[in-house]
Design a binder for this molecule. Structure first.
Ligand SMILES: Cc1cc2nc3c(=O)[nH]c(=O)nc-3n(C[C@H](O)[C@H](O)[C@H](O)COP(=O)(O)O)c2cc1C
Length: 192
């Protein structure tokens, strides 16, 4: 697995929803944390926090905080709650950096998990208040995402909606480069 190039890791990463249970060791949790630790952040503030949930009983409680279209998360083996707060990072006029920096740390973690042969799928469809209760996270933090971790299953699981089942096979389409790449100023996007 460690022989994958960066490009291969990027290509391999997918937000799969068909998962099967796999054992995730404390050593793997440490490797994921050490990778996130190396992410850049404003003033090196490192605002990110992660709760790595692996215990069966706790996972069962976490499955209850999911929105109805995230039933597929029940087959996950670990859930990483990602949270931070505004006061722990730069605020430059109206630019608040804690979510951006925590996103960078999370991206590192997601790519490392991919290299380790795991699925690491961030979601927004969960109840934040309930998550804080289950995990004992203080109220002044914002839970930004839950990263759903597991082993990819080739079998399409029943919990997936029809649309979700379709996207298991094909990566959802991306915008073309000329829709988001600007050359020298905002107006120039041609030649891509
Ligand atoms: C912030 C964020 C929130 C997301 N929320 C959900 C979610 O609640 N449920 C879900 O099934 N997928 C969720 N996704 C996954 C996206 O739908 C997925 O990444 C996107 O469709 C692109 O597919 P790909 O990651 O396989 O390339 C989320 C992704 C991100 C980054």
């Amino acid at each position: 697995m460690n022989e994958m190039s960066f490009g291969e890791v990027v290509q391999k990463r997918r937000a799969y929803r068909s998962l099967e249970k796999v054992e995730i060791t404390e050593e793997q949790v440490k490797e994921l944390a050490e990778t996130a630790q190396q992410a850049p952040s404003c003033y090196n503030n490192q605002p990110w926090n992660f709760v790595f949930v692996r215990k069966k009983e706790k996972l069962e409680e976490m499955y209850e905080v999911m929105s109805s279209t995230n039933e597929w998360t029940r087959n996950s083996s670990m859930i990483v709650a990602v949270f931070s707060k505004k006061d722990d990072d730069c605020v430059v006029k109206d630019r608040e950096y804690h979510q951006f920096d925590t996103g960078l740390g999370t991206a590192f973690l997601v790519l490392k998990a991919t290299e380790m042969g795991l699925v690491a799928h961030p979601i927004a469809g969960f109840d934040e208040g309930e998550t804080k209760k289950v995990l004992d996270i203080p109220d002044d933090y914002q839970v930004i995402t839950l990263v759903i971790v597991g082993k990819h299953s080739e079998e399409i699981k029943d919990e997936l909606t029809e649309h979700q089942a379709k996207t298991e096979k094909e990566r959802p389409e991306r915008n073309t480069l000329d829709e988001f790449v600007h050359l020298d100023d905002f107006g120039r996007t041609e030649n891509f």
